[in-house]
Design a protein around this ligand. Structure first.
Ligand code: SF4
Length: 391
């Protein structure tokens, strides 16, 4: 089938499907959206796409053992699962000696949002992307904003039947530039994003993941062949924080960042600054120096403001002065693209040329008001700006 015909086919697939499952769709801002957020299964009555018993697709990256147990090789948790057991992520299960993804083609949330919300700032600023998530996560962050879905099991919240071609078709139908895997941890729905990303690229769409970086090098390298941009949460530069707040370890995340560097992937880093837990200026300095020395001074980094949620409602929001201090530390360490997140209207929402200091992308929170990057270069002085830009 020719690419153009296939593109039409995918668009029609999305339209046909919309008519078939209209009970699960919403009109919002003139757009037709799915949204499974926070709708308990008990209220998902009459929806034809709701999760059914036949779910599951054989996983990639696992080892079968003689006693019918399996070792999952996808993430650093390295779960060893006996028959019937499910991994820490809650979505990968050993069925009859084979590992299955229980969320393939079963998103719980599909909607449209700006790339600035990821945040990935050096990737077609201001563009709208199709955001896709399934339930599940391999971390247990005590401040997770999406814990209702990230900490759920398949079937606990409303889910939809949407095979990869339907996701791609929907992005095409809405004339979106990209598809983003976000809200929960994309690693745990690896097979789904792998298939969608391959198909999306064939159709001229870009893709990105918004990830905690807790993935093994081999699956990451394979996925990167089909991805365009990556955002990694570097939650702290402190292994105790990772253990106590996220139930994970720091080193695998550093390793992921090094793989991204080695593979030449475009990526940005987010550090959510939590008062009293990871806001020590010395630790922030160590992190910034490590980034400059190991990943490069041009790696964009975002210091985001924490707001109390989930299990950390006892803490206060991050003072803006703490974020300003982090910006100063990062710039002193030599990082060139340093941002503040979750503080609408802050000067450091915007991108400035490190050469001539011109404001290149004027942002107001998630909106782009003005852009002065021409073919990837500063329009004023011609300096090349790292990222994925319109040409
Ligand atoms: S992806 Fe899930 S099952 Fe596999 S090792 Fe990680 S937490 Fe365990």
């Amino acid at each position: 089938m020719k690419a153009t015909n296939r593109r039409e086919f995918l668009k029609k697939a999305a339209l046909g499907s919309a008519a078939a499952v209209s009970a699960g769709w919403l009109w919002f801002n003139g757009q037709l959206l799915w949204n499974g957020f926070f709708i308990p299964a008990s209220k998902a009555l009459g929806y034809s796409g709701y999760a059914h018993a036949s779910r599951g697709k054989e996983a990639m990256f696992f080892h079968k053992n003689a006693n019918r147990s399996v070792n999952c090789l996808l993430c650093p948790h390295a779960c060893r699962l006996n028959e019937g057991q499910t991994g820490i992520c809650r979505v990968r299960t050993n069925r009859n000696g084979t590992l299955f993804s229980m969320v393939y083609g079963k998103p719980c949330s599909v909607n449209v949002g700006p790339i600035e919300k990821a945040p990935i700032y050096h990737f077609y600023p201001g563009h709208e992307r199709l955001c896709v998530a399934t339930v599940g996560c391999n971390l247990r962050c005590k401040y997770c904003h999406n814990w209702q879905i990230s900490q759920s099991r398949p079937g606990q919240v409303r889910e939809y039947d949407m095979p990869p071609e339907q996701i791609v078709g929907e992005a095409l139908r809405q004339n979106l530039k990209s598809i983003s895997f976000t809200y929960t941890e994309p690693t745990v729905f690896y097979e789904y994003i792998y298939d969608i990303s391959k198909m999306a690229r064939e159709q001229g769409l870009k893709t990105s993941i918004v990830s905690n970086g807790y993935i093994n090098p081999q699956p990451l390298r394979k996925l990167l062949k089909h991805l365009d941009a990556v955002k990694i949460d570097l939650k702290a530069f402190n292994d105790d924080f990772y253990r106590e707040i996220a139930s994970a370890r720091l080193n695998p995340v550093k390793q992921t960042l090094e793989v991204l560097r080695d593979e030449g992937a475009f990526f940005e880093i987010v550090n959510l600054v939590v008062p009293g837990l990871n806001d020590d200026p010395g630790e922030i300095k160590k992190m910034c120096v490590w980034i400059r020395e190991n990943l490069g001074a041009e790696t964009p980094i975002h210091f985001s403001r924490f707001s109390p949620t989930y299990k950390l409602t006892n803490l206060s929001p991050t003072p803006v002065s703490t974020l300003d201090k982090a910006i100063e530390i990062a710039k002193d360490a030599g990082l060139k693209y340093v941002y503040i997140g979750n503080v609408p209207g802050h000067r450091n929402n915007s991108t400035f040329c490190p050469g001539c200091k011109q404001r290149l992308v004027h942002r107001m929170h998630f909106s782009v008001l003005e852009q002065k990057i021409k073919n990837g270069n500063c329009a004023a002085c011609g300096l090349a700006i790292p990222g994925i830009w319109e040409t």
